[in-house]
Each structure stands twice: as C-alpha cells, then as structure tokens.
Design a protein around this ligand. Structure first.
Ligand SMILES: Nc1ncnc2c1ncn2[C@@H]1O[C@H](COP(=O)(O)OP(=O)(O)OP(=O)(O)O)[C@@H](O)[C@H]1O
Ligand SMILES: [Mg+2]
Length: 249
C-alpha cells in the first residue's frame, strides 16, 4: 500500500468517526474494465477512483465511448470490474454474495435509463409495481404503493395507460417511479433526458432535483448537456476510461 493510500484511508476513518460528518456512500479505487474482443482488448475503464458522498448530486460527463455507462453499470452492481475495488456504504461489492447483490439492485439503488425500458403491454401501474412483485409483496399493497409513487411524479391520472399512450416525458416519469418504488437511497440515471426535447428534459430534471433536495437521495446522472451538468453539486469528466476532472459547482 502506498503512503498516499494510507493517508486517504486514514482521513476516511476520521471522517466516519465524526457523527453527522460527510460520508462516502460510494468509493471506488482503481476500477478497470477490459473487454476482450477476439485478440483485441477494449479498455472501457482505466483506473477510476471516485468518492461520492451521501446526498450528493453528481453529474458524469465526457465524450461518447469514454466509459460513463460502463462505470454506471459497475456502480449499480449490474456488472463487475476486471480489477479494482468498489465499496458501497463501506462494504466491498466484490466480496458480496449474489443474494446481497440482488438486494442492492432491488432496494438500495434505483436505475433510470435513456430508453425508458418499460414493458410495452403493461399499464403504467403494472410497470411501476413490477419491482414489488420480485420483492414478494402482495397485490393490494403493490397497487397502493405504485399509485402513491405515480402521484408523486405527477402521473396519478395516467395509471391505466400503456407506454405508447404516454408522452416521452411521461414515460420517463413512469421509469423514475419504478426506480423509486422500493425507496432507494441512490439513483443512477444514464442520460435520462437523452430521448427528450429540452423542455421535457427540464421537467424531468425538476423532478430529479426535487428528489435530491427534498428526500436527500444521492443522485448520479450521466448527461451530454452542459446545462444539466451545471445543476449538479459536482461534475466528473471522463475521457478514455479515466476521470480527468472533478469540478465542484
Ligand atoms: N459489452 C462490451 N463489449 C465490448 N466493448 C464494450 C462493451 N461495452 C462497452 N464497450 C466499449 O467500452 C467503451 C466505453 O463504453 P461506454 O458505453 O461506457 O461509453 P459511454 O461513455 O457510456 O458512451 P456514450 O456517451 O456513447 O453512451 C467503448 O469504447 C465501448 O465500445
Ligand atoms: Mg453511455
């Protein structure tokens, strides 16, 4: 271990010892992801070390192919790094059982994608209630909670619509409600406004900001839009699989 590393660990311990102090909810060290494509290696992440604090709103920006989605998939425990460490709330993800990992995906972290990934044949209500089916919650409670969450995102009047009967912004709000249904403390959003016009995108951003400020959700959001990135507490810039800048607002 290098002296610099010891110092970082020491500081983290001191911070964690102070009640109410800022704490890292996500901490990665030297994350590397290599894809083997025949005889060529694609290095999607090349030594990413980031720390994200509880309740922080972080934007991740960078050119296409710089590794943003790869990093998000690892942070969301949807994918594993080739090398490096990822601690979520102090626990090393690489050492967790499959059950613990699926608990993290179901309860701790909510995902929102650019393509809304809704079930086309299912109603708004059924789409939002789906994670509760996996959680083994009964039909009546599923319905109640899905309704409540849909009301929160302003879609209380659209519960029986199917995705193709909704606008793009409404479909994304359904996806956000689905991500919120199990009360996650972290939301990972990969270009959530990428398929929306700028006005609808701003409406979705208002909803995210509200979740962040009113519910203290830790929000990590990938975007190509400088205007959206400027709303974050911090902007992490990636290039060629590396973090090249971490500007605070
Ligand atoms: N499953 C995969 N197999 C092989 N290479 C991959 C795979 N997924 C991603 N890559 C490569 O890894 C690199 C990073 O991809 P990634 O999707 O993380 O970029 P990104 O920053 O999200 O880009 P964009 O802004 O276009 O979404 C790219 O060069 C990509 O081609
Ligand atoms: Mg991407």
């Amino acid at each position: 271990m290098t002296a610099q590393l010891l110092t970082a660990d020491f500081v983290q311990e001191q911070v964690a010892a102070v009640p109410g102090a800022v704490q890292a909810v996500i901490e990665t060290h030297d994350l590397t992801k290599v894809y083997q494509m025949g005889d060529t290696e694609v290095r999607a992440l090349n030594g990413v070390s980031v720390q994200i604090n509880k309740g922080e709103f972080v934007a991740i920006v960078g050119p296409s192919g710089s590794g943003k989605s790869t990093l998000m998939a690892i942070l969301g425990a949807l994918d594993k790094p080739t090398r490096g460490s990822y601690r979520l709330d102090g626990t090393e993800i690489g050492e967790m059982s499959d059950d613990s990992l699926s608990d993290i995906r179901n309860y701790r972290i909510g995902f929102v994608f650019q393509k809304f990934n809704l079930l086309a044949r299912s109603t708004t209500l059924a789409n939002v209630a789906l994670p509760l089916v996996y959680a083994g919650i009964g039909a009546k409670e599923r319905d109640q909670r899905a309704r409540r969450t849909l009301e929160m995102v302003g879609l209380g009047e659209r519960i029986h619509h199917r995705p193709n009967e909704l606008s793009g912004g409404q479909q994304q709000r359904v996806a956000i409600a689905r991500a919120l249904i199990n009360n996650p403390s972290i939301i990972l959003a990969d270009e959530p406004t990428g398929n929306l016009d700028s006005r609808t995108g701003e409406e979705i951003m208002r909803l995210f900001r509200q979740l962040h400020t009113e519910q203290g959700i830790t929000l990590i959001l990938v975007t190509h839009s400088p205007e959206i990135a400027a709303q974050a507490d911090r902007m992490i810039t990636m290039r060629d699989g590396e973090v090249v800048d971490e500007a605070h607002a």
